[in-house]
Structures are given as C-alpha cells and as structure tokens.
Design a protein around this ligand. Structure first.
Ligand SMILES: CC(C)(COP(=O)(O)OP(=O)(O)OC[C@H]1O[C@@H](n2cnc3c(N)ncnc32)[C@H](O)[C@@H]1OP(=O)(O)O)[C@@H](O)C(=O)NCCC(=O)NCCS
Length: 191
C-alpha cells in the first residue's frame, strides 16, 4: 500500500525533503559537474542535462516508499541522498548514496545528512545494516562516513572501473542499534 506520509528533516545546515517537480533547474545546475560525477556510478549522467533532471524527478515523484531526499540549502535543491533497498537475502540491508553541489562542500552538510538518513533507515524500515561503496581515493566521502559512525567492512579489489581507471571499492557500513532488552543487556556493566 502506498505510504503517503513523506517526512522532512530540518537540520542545522540543510533541510532534507522529498524531490519536487520544480527542483529540475537547481538539480541540473548542481549535478552538472565532473567533480561530482567522477565519484559516482555512470548512471549519474555527465554532462547532466535538464532532461536528465526530469527523468530523475519523474522516477522519484510519488513513489510508494520514501527513500530519496533532496538536500535543500538556501531554498535550493543542492544535492541528493537516498537509500537503495536490497532484495532476497539482502532485504534487511540498504545501500546509502549521496552527492552535494560543489559550492557547499566542506561545511558538514553531508555528515549531518548521512547521520539523519541512516537513523531514518533503521527506524522507518527496520534495516539491520546500511552500507556505502566508496571508490578508492574519495577521502571526503570516507571522512563523512567515519564521522557518521560507519566502519570499514571490506575492500573489493579492482571492483570499479570509472573513466578508464580500475580501482578498489571500499565498503563502509553500520548496523542497527540494539533495541529494548537487548540494548539493556549489551550495555549492562559486567561485574
Ligand atoms: C563526498 C561529499 C558528499 C562530502 O560532502 P560535504 O558536505 O563536503 O562533507 P562534510 O563537510 O560533511 O565532510 C567532509 C570531510 O572530508 C574532509 N575532506 C574533504 N576533502 C578532503 C581531502 N581531499 N582529503 C582529506 N579530507 C578531506 C573535510 O575536511 C571534512 O572532514 P572534517 O570535518 O573532519 O574536516 C561531497 O564532496 C560530494 O558530493 N562529492 C562528490 C560525490 C561523492 O563523492 N559522493 C559519495 C560517493 S560514495
């Protein structure tokens, strides 16, 4: 059944909200940047045209389960963050993906967004595990994940080929906080 209750988060440095049809111009302007695209899968277009923005928005408007958020700064959609549901035996895991317009880098925006969306994934969908794949050399993204409490779980060697270069993929992950009695037991002092 369709879940109509979109959530929004007002954070210190940005707002996270659902994507809207009228985000197309700001999305295109911030996403059309090789310095952003070079750290993302090839499905993130480069150059990023208005048509690409429309395709993304069409796919993410009116979806049955909220998983994608626009990152809004000064009233503009300046980036995106979302959870990608896995299936079959991986159904209690989600991949997190994110990007931000370059002019806003280095101010802690993505760290607070990752913290919030991770919490949302655990609380809203009951995921046991949330992970990200980071291309070797993406120091900023590694730092974001570490600050948000993720840990290095593995290195898939020569797993990524981007712009003609084959490189390692670093898997960072975090697991759901223990709930209820289990949390109490885990936190109890050991005599
Ligand atoms: C990765 C990205 C999302 C970071 O967003 P952001 O809002 O700038 O991140 P934050 O400001 O929260 O944190 C960035 C951290 O990385 C650090 N950093 C940035 N560039 C760095 C570099 N080249 N070397 C070392 N540290 C670096 C910053 O100093 C900061 O850490 P600090 O708070 O300890 O000083 C943004 O750079 C981006 O969109 N990159 C392109 C797309 C991308 O890589 N997406 C993730 C794919 S896994």
């Amino acid at each position: 059944m369709k879940d109509l209750s979109n959530v929004r988060f007002s954070l210190r440095r940005c707002e996270l909200r659902e994507w809207r049809k009228d985000d197309e111009r700001s999305l295109q302007a911030h996403a059309d940047n090789p310095n952003v695209a070079c750290w993302l899968r090839d499905q993130f277009p480069q150059p990023y045209t208005l048509d690409d923005a429309r395709i993304w928005l069409a796919r993410n408007l009116d979806v049955p389960k909220q998983s994608q958020f626009a990152i809004v700064i000064d009233g503009e959609a300046a980036g995106g963050i979302g959870l990608y549901f896995q299936s079959d035996i991986f159904r209690r895991s989600a991949e997190i993906g994110y990007w931000l317009g370059e002019k806003h880098w280095g101010r802690g925006v993505m760290t607070e967004a990752v913290v919030q969306v991770t919490r949302f994934g655990f609380e809203r969908y009951g995921f046991a595990h949330i992970f990200a794949g980071v291309f070797e050399g993406n120091t900023a993204s590694v730092r974001v994940l570490e600050k948000a409490g993720y840990q290095l779980e593995g290195r898939l060697r020569k797993h990524v080929t981007k712009r003609g270069v084959t490189m390692d993929d670093l898997i960072y992950g975090t697991t759901a906080p223990l709930q209820g009695a289990a949390a109490g037991a885990a936190n109890a002092d050991i005599p």
